[in-house]
Write a protein that binds this ligand. Sequence first.
Ligand SMILES: *Cc1c(COP(=O)(O)O)cnc(C)c1O
Length: 240
Amino acid sequence: MASIEDRLVDVRRRIAGAARLCGRDPADINLLVVSKTRPIDDIRAALAAGQCHFGENYLQEAVPKIDALADEPICWHFIGPIQANKTRAIANNFDWVHSVDRLKIAERLNAQRDPARPPLNICLQLNISGEASKSGLAPADLVAMAAAVAKLDRLRFRGLMCIPRENTDASAQFARLRRLLDELKQSMGARAESLDTLSMGMSGDLEAAIVEGATWLRIGTAVFGPRQSSIELNHLPGNG
Ligand SMILES: *Cc1c(COP(=O)(O)O)cnc(C)c1O
């Protein structure tokens, strides 16, 4: 089996190739390696291969990893569903949160972020596919939510995130997220200055996400191989 280093090289090649094909600068596309369910040694292997942004979905799994790797230059991103009683630990263990989908959660992250640290980078997660079971804000609620979030000064509102519906045309959903961000920037005027992020694209659809303007790809399987665990995408009752 290919090593983590080989797989990372391969993913970076895919990113550069896809960027070239659609005339984008690969430097504008950031790679977030999703390390959920992976042991610390796998994270160290990716780190040794030059990867410094890692994403985790489950707080109780992430905190021991973050503590064990505290001396490493890692930027941690939270990408899973958020329970209100976990916001303090999320606000202070992570540099980014991609999965904010309720004002209450944004307000708690804002209130609980350590004042000595820079503002927490956040994205609003949109439920583009309209699946009732999916996390995410309804597109119709985005403008009001964005206006409220922009007032929270311990958060830096960076953009939008989505997880497309499986077995459907991801491109159309990525395009929709991009349009939502464009419209939001228009409607927010000067307050849109921090909005530079489209967090979309995973192992199976990163090329499509790049075509539609992704700035953060969230990649697990293509770097680490298939997950052993039965933990599914963004859906585990009682996690966070
Ligand atoms: C697991 C996960 C990913 C990575 O998915 P892969 O298909 O393994 O690349 C990306 N985003 C979120 C929110 C995830 O939960």
